[in-house]
Design a protein around this ligand. Structure first.
Ligand code: XIL
Length: 355
């Protein structure tokens, strides 16, 4: 009896010491949890760059500029390059030991219309000059580039490219010419930054029709000699209708096409696509829990495909600064990110951290 009691005391003491050691250790950062899986990234803008505490930002090991590396920010008028905001982001990434995604070089949006004006030769020369200037400047800082963004059409299955793109129009709205144009961009980036991972990036790539178009584009680019390595699934989803099997089928399809995959702009709106009710003024416990489940399932899926998935990046840090407050509906408060309006971790953050 006495021996049993003594044994219990000794064991209890050991457990206590153990607990003390464990409890006094800081919780591992998100990026540490994902060390053996993939990069965890975050988008910052010139407005949010200095806004969030480093204790939050150091959870991430990759950063992307929400707007500051787009054409209109970097080359607002022809030949005039403004790097100051992008430089600040690169410096911050250096301080926090983060990799940097470059977003983006060729896009129809947030690009001044003079870029596509004139003849095909004019447009191509401007594209190559832009790519050369920007990629050369950041070749030691940027580890991956969204070379082309959103060139695919949302129309029916036989329409491959977005018809209203200035770049597509500059190619005479000719698919083959446009593929050749894009391939030139990928080759130029690779020539200057041979170690950078080169992405094609787009939204709605979880849906079968657009998935098939992305596979077709990858195949055409490879056939044209473009050194493309990966597909970026933007992942602007919502918490109501997302089918994990759709996301998984796309990861597999891109892998089968020889590509790596990242979720590049992840946010999970709390509104269903066809929502027409009054906007929520706060995130209810019910929505918070539902959102946590969807975040949890998505990260679990990416962990399952860690041999293909290079990174998961959320499009912002906290619900106090998200583009979803104005998209697709203006002035409708949304709550799509991992930290709440007071920059505190949400249930979603706990869910993706504990596995
Ligand atoms: C968005 C930014 O978040 C907004 O601040 C800006 O006003 C418009 O662009 N697809 C992309 C991103 O590739 O660059 C977009 O970012 C969101 C959709």
């Amino acid at each position: 009896m006495v021996i049993k009691k003594m044994l219990a005391l000794v064991l209890g003491g050991l457990l206590c010491m153990n607990c003390f050691a464990a409890c006094s250790k800081p919780a591992p950062l998100l990026k540490e949890k994902y060390n053996d899986y993939f990069n965890v990234g975050v988008a910052l803008s010139k407005q949010t760059l200095a806004y969030y505490d480093e204790s939050i930002l150091k959870n991430f090991n990759l950063v992307v500029a929400e707007n500051e590396m787009k054409w209109e920010s970097i080359q607002p008028s022809e030949g005039v390059f403004v790097f100051s905001n992008a430089d600040k982001l690169i410096a911050k990434a250096g301080d926090l030991d983060m990799q940097v995604r470059g977003h983006t070089l060729i896009w129809h949006s947030q690009t001044p219309s003079w870029a596509f004006a004139g003849s095909y030769e004019d447009a191509e020369a401007r594209m190559l000059a832009h790519v050369t200037k920007v990629v050369t400047k950041y070749k030691d800082n940027i580890s991956e580039w969204d070379v082309a963004n959103e060139v695919l059409s949302d129309g029916d299955a036989n329409e491959l490219f977005r018809q209203d793109s200035g770049w597509y129009r500059a190619c005479g709205s000719n698919d083959d010419k446009f593929v050749e144009f894009l391939a030139k961009a990928y080759k130029k980036v690779h020539e200057i930054a041979p170690d950078a991972i080169l992405f094609y990036n787009d939204y709605n790539l979880n849906f079968p029709t657009k998935r098939a178009k992305a596979v077709k584009l990858v195949q055409k680019l490879l056939a044209a000699g473009a050194p493309i390595n990966a597909v970026g699934m933007q992942a602007h989803y919502d918490i109501h209708g997302l089918k994990m099997t759709d996301v998984e089928n796309s990861i597999i399809a891109f892998k089968d096409a020889g590509m790596k995959v990242s979720l590049t702009e992840l946010d999970l709106s709390v509104y269903p696509g066809d929502y027409s009710g009054a906007p929520y003024t706060e995130l209810s416990a019910e929505l918070d829990a539902k959102q946590a489940d969807v975040y949890g399932e998505l990260f679990a899926l990416c962990r399952k495909h860690k041999d293909t998935v290079l990174g998961v990046t959320t499009w912002g840090v906290a619900d106090d600064a998200t583009w979803k407050d104005n998209f697709p509906v203006k002035n409708r408060k949304d709550f799509p990110l991992l930290f709440n309006v007071s920059a505190q971790p949400k249930s979603a953050f706990q869910k993706i951290s504990n596995f």
